[in-house]
Design a protein around this ligand. Structure first.
Ligand SMILES: [Zn+2]
Length: 216
């Protein structure tokens, strides 16, 4: 079952106070339309009924896919985010058969959904993304500030990522062969990294740490 709460939100532009419905728990088997709102990045869209100002209003939210066995907890910076993670940990005790992740934004949540639905693991995917980001930085001479998995195709032997570069408005796509992902999986396994069933952050910092351990 999904959980929706109603909260008062004051508009940062005109100051009007209005009630807003917030999805704090998403069960995508019960509410498949909410999965689509994650994938088209509209889940947190908010429009002030008084002045028409629109923005994304990020709040803690737990995404649950029971069939594919994964849980994603959006934990915005600050105390509400920390409380959301503590709640999720209490509600879903450690279980190695369920992937549990903490993410900071809707883009990161979407990325995890796409990866897990494609049957891929996000840990080797982060390693591939880390390596491709370095390649893109060398090629373009600009720093990558974020990157996200976008697609994989077995028949085309392809895995692709979208990268946002400093000073460039439009993101660029960089892909590689799926065999690179398989190599990354071997690297991850060789470091002894194991999923322990707790809520984890799987991000660039983890990829960097695993690559350093591998090189040692
Ligand atoms: Zn307003």
């Amino acid at each position: 079952m999904s959980t929706c709460i109603s909260k008062e939100v004051s508009c940062p532009v005109c100051g009007a106070v209005n009630k807003k419905q917030m999805w704090t728990g998403i069960d995508i088997q019960a509410n498949p339309e909410l999965r689509l709102r994650v994938l088209n990045e509209t889940l947190f869209d908010w429009k002030c009924p008084a002045c028409g100002y629109d923005a994304q209003l990020l709040y803690p939210c737990l995404y649950h896919d029971k069939e594919r066995r994964f849980l994603l907890c959006i934990s915005p910076a600050g105390s509400s985010g920390q409380a959301a993670v503590a709640d999720a940990v209490q509600k879903y005790p450690q279980a190695a058969s369920v992937k549990k992740r903490i993410v900071s934004s809707l883009c990161e949540m979407k990325e995890k959904v796409l990866l897990f639905e494609a049957g891929l693991d996000d840990v080797p995917a982060e390693v591939v993304k880390f390596a491709l980001a370095e390649l893109v930085e060398k090629k373009r001479g600009r720093k990558v500030h974020s990157g996200f998995f976008c697609a994989a195709a077995q028949d085309e032997d392809y895995i692709g990522f979208t990268f946002f570069l400093e000073g460039l408005e439009q993101p660029i796509t960089q892909g590689t062969r799926l065999s690179v992902y398989s190599e990354a999986l071997k690297i991850v396994q060789s470091t002894g990294y194991r999923e322990d069933g707790s809520f984890l952050r799987v991000d660039r910092a983890l990829a960097q740490r695993l690559l350093e351990e591998y090189q040692e």
